[in-house]
Write a protein that binds this ligand. Structure first.
Ligand SMILES: Nc1ncnc2c1ncn2[C@@H]1O[C@H](COP(=O)(O)OP(=O)(O)OP(=O)(O)O)[C@@H](O)[C@H]1O
Length: 202
């Protein structure tokens, strides 16, 4: 009997500034069978953005057509533009043994837990402390103090949702966090493979 090795959908969530983008970049650099989920948008490409890499750029008509056909896992309107997660991209990768990494907030994650439970492994990334989270947001230098306060207030609510994730890790040391998630990823793939083969044995 042969069991095809399928990829998994690896969901990473964290409060803003806890490090999911930094961790994701390292994970992608170090993994050959992992790709980042590419979202679809109706906004116009910015100079240098590549279709299929940064986003799938589509017309509003096409976007709504895909939503109607149930081809969008999640979507939202931000200002004047629509953004969504196309199902096709994820399914094609998973079925060819490539795992897909998705950085998404807890609301989006909870929805995917419901609709794709058997394909998902989820990790919530915690900062070592709220003081350290504040410092990271300040050092990153991308938001003013008001915005940082807003992100910190939001962080409390997000952290309260972490118990619904398969794993919770503390991003104290970056390399250690990347190693932990790599091991979660390979364990997740193995588990899915075992589940599949035991089903076939029945
Ligand atoms: N383990 C770590 N130790 C120290 N600094 C870290 C660590 N991980 C990430 N950082 C730093 O913390 C800052 C925030 O990280 P990052 O931008 O990856 O967070 P994020 O969770 O993706 O935030 P957002 O949701 O706002 O995009 C960055 O400046 C990053 O370099």
């Amino acid at each position: 009997m042969t069991v095809k090795n399928e990829g998994i959908l690896l969901i990473l969530s964290s409060p803003s500034g806890a490090g999911k983008t930094t961790i994701s970049e390292k994970l992608l650099e170090q993994s050959t069978d992992l790709v980042m989920s590419v979202s679809m948008t109706t906004r116009k490409p910015r100079p240098g953005e590549v279709n299929g890499k940064d986003y799938f750029f589509v017309t509003e008509e096409k976007f709504h057509e895909l939503c109607k056909a149930g081809q969008m896992l999640e979507y939202a309107k931000v200002f004047e533009n629509f953004y969504g997660i196309p199902k096709d991209f994820i399914e094609q990768n998973l079925s060819s043994g490539i795992s897909v990494l998705l950085n998404i907030d807890w609301q989006g994650a909870f929805h995917l837990f419901e609709i794709l439970r058997e394909k998902v492994v989820s990790v919530f990334i915690l900062p070592p402390s709220m003081e350290e989270l504040r410092l990271r947001l300040q050092r990153r230098n991308s938001d003013d103090e008001i915005e940082i306060e807003r992100r910190l207030a939001e962080a409390q609510k997000e952290i309260s949702k972490s118990n619904k994730y398969d794993y919770v890790i503390i991003n104290d040391n970056l390399d250690k966090s990347v190693e932990e998630i790599k091991s979660i990823l390979s364990k997740g793939m193995l588990k899915k493979l075992e589940e599949k083969s035991s089903l076939k044995d029945l």
